[in-house]
Write a protein that binds this ligand. Structure first.
Ligand SMILES: [Zn+2]
Ligand SMILES: [Zn+2]
Length: 348
C-alpha cells in the first residue's frame, strides 16, 4: 500500500481532519501522482455535506487535481516520472463500450468510476485530490502542457471541461453571441474560454458586483439581471447560453433570451425542476440542453487550447487548515473564482 497525507471528512458535514490514507500499490497501468494543488469544486461540498444522497465516509474529496508523476507501473506507456498531469472527475471506465471507445467515458455503460465518493471496479472506495498523492490508471491522467502553472491548471480538470464541452458542442466561436449565467467557478471559466474561442460574450449576473471582473475575464457585455427590465431587453439575443447556476431560475424567461435555433446548456443541478411551456422551445426551434463534464480526449484538447491561449483558472490558493472556512465562502459566493489547496500544507 501507498500511504499519503490527506484531508479527510470523517462524516457528513464534519470538519476536515488531516490523516494518512492508503492507496493501492501500482498496477501495471497505474501512475502515482505527487499532487501539487487540488481545486475546491462546489460538488465537493454537496458530497461532503451529503446533500446529493448517501455518501461514502471517511471521504477524501477532490477532482481537480494537478501534480507530477512520481512512479509508473510496469506497463505504463503514456507517462514518465516527472511528467505534469491532471486528474478530473473520473478514474476508471470499462474501456470497451461504445461510449468509452468514443472517448466519452463519462457515459460508460458500466458506469464510470468517480474520483472520490465512488467505488472502483475492485470494490474499494475511491479517494480524491485533497491529498499529497493519488494512484490512477494512466488512461485517466491527462498531460498538462508546459505554459500552464499547476495551481491554475487544477480547476480546468472539472470547471474547465464542464463548460468547454457545451461551448464546443454548440459551436461557440466568431459571430456567435454567448451568454454565461452566473460568474462563479464554472462561469468564470466559461467566459474565458468562450472569449478565447472568438465569441461575443455576455455575463448575466444577479447584481453588478462583478462587472469589472466580468469584463477583465473577457466579457464584452455585463447585465445585472436583478435590475428592472434588463432581461426583457435581452429577448431573442443569444445563440448559446451556458447556465452555471444551481439555484432555481425562471427557465422560460431565459429561453426567451435565445435567438431562433439557440440553445441553453445547463451544467448546474438545482434541486427543483425547470419550468417552461412547450411553446417556448417549439416557436423558435430552440434547445434546452444539459451537459456533463467531458471525456478524456476532450479534456486533453481543452488543456491544449488553454495553453495556446494562456488561459488558467483565476485562483485563490489556500492551506489545508483553511478548507473548512473556504467551503463556507464558496457557499456564500465569496471566492474569485476558485480555491485551490496547496497540498504541501497537509500535515498528517
Ligand atoms: Zn467538480
Ligand atoms: Zn465503458
Amino acid at each position: 500500500m501507498i500511504s499519503t497525507p490527506a484531508l479527510v471528512a470523517p462524516s457528513a458535514g464534519a470538519a476536515f481532519e488531516a490523516r494518512t490514507v492508503e492507496h493501492r500499490d501500482l498496477r501495471d497501468d497505474d501512475v502515482l501522482i505527487d499532487i501539487a494543488f487540488a481545486g475546491i469544486c462546489h460538488s465537493d461540498i454537496h458530497q461532503v455535506r451529503e446533500e446529493w444522497g448517501s455518501a461514502i465516509f471517511p471521504m477524501v474529496p477532490g477532482h481537480e487535481i494537478a501534480g507530477v508523476v512520481s512512479a509508473v507501473g510496469d506497463g505504463v506507456t503514456r507517462y514518465q516520472v516527472g511528467d505534469r498531469v491532471g486528474v478530473g472527475c473520473m478514474v476508471d471506465s470499462c474501456g470497451e463500450c461504445e461510449h468509452c471507445k468514443d472517448g466519452e467515458e463519462q457515459f460508460c455503460a458500466k458506469g464510470a468510476v468517480m474520483t472520490y465518493n465512488g467505488t472502483g471496479y475492485d470494490g474499494e472506495p475511491t479517494k480524491g485530490g485533497y491529498a499529497q498523492q493519488v494512484v490512477v490508471s494512466e488512461r485517466f491522467a491527462v498531460g498538462i502542457p508546459d505554459g500552464i502553472e499547476l495551481d491554475v491548471a487544477a480547476p480546468l480538470l472539472c470547471a474547465g471541461i464542464t463548460v468547454w464541452s457545451p461551448l464546443k458542442r454548440w459551436g461557440a466561436g466568431p459571430g456567435k453571441k454567448v451568454a454565461v449565467i452566473g460568474l462563479g467557478g464554472l462561469g468564470h471559466m466559461a467566459v474565458k474560454l468562450a472569449a478565447a474561442m472568438g465569441a461575443e460574450v455576455s455575463v448575466l449576473s444577479r447584481t453588478d458586483a462583478k462587472k469589472g471582473d466580468g469584463e477583465a475575464l473577457g466579457a464584452t457585455h455585463y447585465f445585472a439581471t436583478g435590475d428592472d427590465g434588463v432581461l426583457k431587453g435581452l429577448k431573442g439575443t443569444f445563440d448559446i447560453i451556458i447556465n452555471t447556476v444551481s439555484a432555481d431560475l425562471p427557465m422560460q424567461t431565459y429561453i426567451g433570451l435565445l435567438r431562433p435555433l439557440g440553445v441553453i446548456a445547463n451544467v448546474g443541478l438545482p434541486t427543483g425542476n425547470y419550468d417552461f411551456a412547450p411553446g417556448a422551445v417549439v416557436g423558435g426551434s430552440r434547445v434546452v440542453a444539459g451537459s456533463n463534464i467531458g471525456g478524456i480526449p476532450a479534456t486533453a484538447e481543452m488543456l491544449a487550447f488553454c495553453a495556446e491561449h494562456g488561459i488558467g483558472a483565476t485562483v485563490e490558493t489556500i492551506s489545508a487548515d483553511e478548507v473548512d472556512a473556504a467551503y463556507d465562502r464558496v457557499v456564500a459566493g465569496d471566492v474569485r473564482y476558485r480555491f485551490v489547496i496547496d497540498t504541501a500544507t497537509i500535515n498528517a
